[in-house]
Design a binder for this molecule. Structure first.
Ligand code: MV4
Length: 450
């Protein structure tokens, strides 16, 4: 087992990882930017080292600084958390070259799955269902239009280097295809310096269902059931839950087996997520694979009883998975709400600033993952997530009741938050009924989409 781990991240996930290490008897090194001198992760770790100025490009994304810090502090492994360098193949490769264990999959797998058209092709060849569409990527408008006509409109135009909705356009017919394709491609060239595009049939109002998988160095791969992450706003998840109301035991088994097959096809190692689109007729299609631990991993932890961060560390150090698929038992229902420093009435504008008063809820089945405290100043340089509120109940009804109660108890003063917006979602009859597709917010909260 590792003696010391450097956490190449900040905020609640850095705190979450430090706590897991401490429970395992592993020493921790925090890295922090000049804006995070007084951040909880900096204060909580055994050791902390400043890696540069506030802008993340000069600190949390500065590979050389982070690697130098790892060597200087004599840490054997780096946990990248999510965001920042977590899905950067070059960083994983540099770790390998420096003989530092990167707690995640190999650089080559990150690279393969980061290329969305290559991932799609790999999955097609492995017999994993993908959205109907082209097998090969396209580069020119002419070859794209030919393919679009073959697929049949509406089609989804996606950037191979995209993700999170960037470089993505819907085309409803030949008339609007050229403009949409060129706009999507321009966005991709600007954002990712890559003009590689691919086309899929457009799936109307799908659900976003993702399967958590976990793999060790010995070829053992398990899935831990699904998360329903359909409630999103501009490709940012707002609320996640497990299990999904849309998935029967039989469908879970089929999708779970498919997720394991997908991971095995690429020789996956560590924690990963297979994202599927689920259509109205309950057809499911591989969309993307995320090669990191995700923000919403706690809902899976609550229903499975596993600690995914500890499991990541164990398998990275060469231990076998602590459970077999047969031992995985999904119990009850978990919901996570992301609490952000933002103003929903002002188009969810970020609201950094000083938190003057915090009260967090607690009690049976209530979990709070956060880095905020009284008088903490939320820097403007990073994302606006302040807290993850996670509840676990015996069933969905109890989980909803717990979440309403917990949301009602939270006090965050000094800055604006989306707490009230989350409460409105939890109280909406469509949410109660599980009527939650990817258009949920647009459909039921149009006033927030202007
Ligand atoms: C789609 C789709 C419908 N059909 N692909 C959005 C982000 C990116 N990861 C893929 N996305 C979508 N791909 C096809 N062929 C609808 C979406 C989509 C979406 C997916 C998941 C969660 C929320 C979403 C919101 C809008 C669109």
């Amino acid at each position: 087992m590792f003696d010391k781990i450097l956490i190449a991240n900040r905020g609640e996930i850095a705190v979450r990882i430090i706590r897991a290490c401490r429970e395992m008897g592993i020493k921790t090194v925090a890295v922090y930017s000049e804006a995070d001198r007084d951040s909880l992760h900096t204060l909580l770790a055994d050791e902390a080292i400043c890696i540069g100025p506030a802008p993340s490009g000069q600190s949390y994304l500065n590979m050389e600084r982070i690697l130098a810090a790892t060597v200087a502090m004599k840490a054997e492994a780096i946990h990248p958390g999510f965001g920042f360098l977590s899905e950067n193949a070059r960083f994983a490769e540099l770790c390998e070259k420096c003989s530092i264990a990167f707690i995640g999959p190999s650089a080559s797998i990150i690279n393969k799955m980061g290329n969305k058209s290559e991932a799609r092709k790999t999955m097609m060849e492995a017999g994993v269902p993908v959205v109907p569409g082209g097998k090969e990527p396209v580069h020119t408008t002419e070859e794209a239009l030919t393919l679009a006509k073959k697929i049949g409109f509406p089609v989804m135009i996606k950037a191979s280097s995209g993700g999170g909705g960037k470089g993505m356009r819907i085309s409803y017919g030949e008339e609007d295809f050229e403009a949409n394709f060129q706009n999507a491609q321009m966005e991709s060239v600007k954002g990712f310096s890559d003009d590689t595009m691919y086309l899929e049939k457009y799936i109307e109002k799908p659900r976003h269902i993702e399967f958590q998988i976990m793999a060790d160095k010995y070829g053992n791969v398990i899935h831990l059931g699904e998360r329903d992450c359909s409630i999103q706003r501009r490709h940012q998840k707002v609320l996640e839950e497990s299990p999904s109301v849309a998935i029967s035991k039989e469908l879970r088994q089929r999708m779970g087996e498919t997720a394991v097959k997908a991971a095995k096809a690429v020789g996956y190692e560590n924690a990963g997520t297979i994202e599927f689109l689920l259509d109205k007729d309950k057809n499911f299609y591989f969309m993307e694979m995320n090669t990191r631990i995700q923000v919403e991993h706690p809902v899976t932890e609550m229903v499975s009883g596993l600690d995914l961060i500890k499991e990541q560390i164990r398998v990275a150090s060469g231990e076998a998975l602590s459970v077999s698929q047969e031992q995985v038992c999904i119990q009850g229902h978990a919901i996570e709400c992301r609490i952000n420093a933002e103003n929903p009435a002002k188009n969810f504008m970020p609201c950094p600033g000083t938190i003057t008063n915090v009260h967090t809820p607690g009690g049976n089945g209530v979990r709070v993952d956060t880095h905020i405290y009284n008088d903490y100043k939320v820097p403007a340089n990073y994302d606006s997530m302040l807290m993850k509120l996670i509840v676990h109940g015996k069933d969905r009804e109890e989980a909803i009741a717990k979440m309403r109660s917990a949301l009602g108890e939270v006090i965050i003063e000094g800055i604006d938050t989306n707490l009230d917006f989350q409460f409105e979602i939890l109280c909406h009859s469509a949410y109660e009924n599980g009527d939650t597709d990817t258009h949920f917010i647009q459909t039921y909260f149009p006033e927030y989409c202007k």
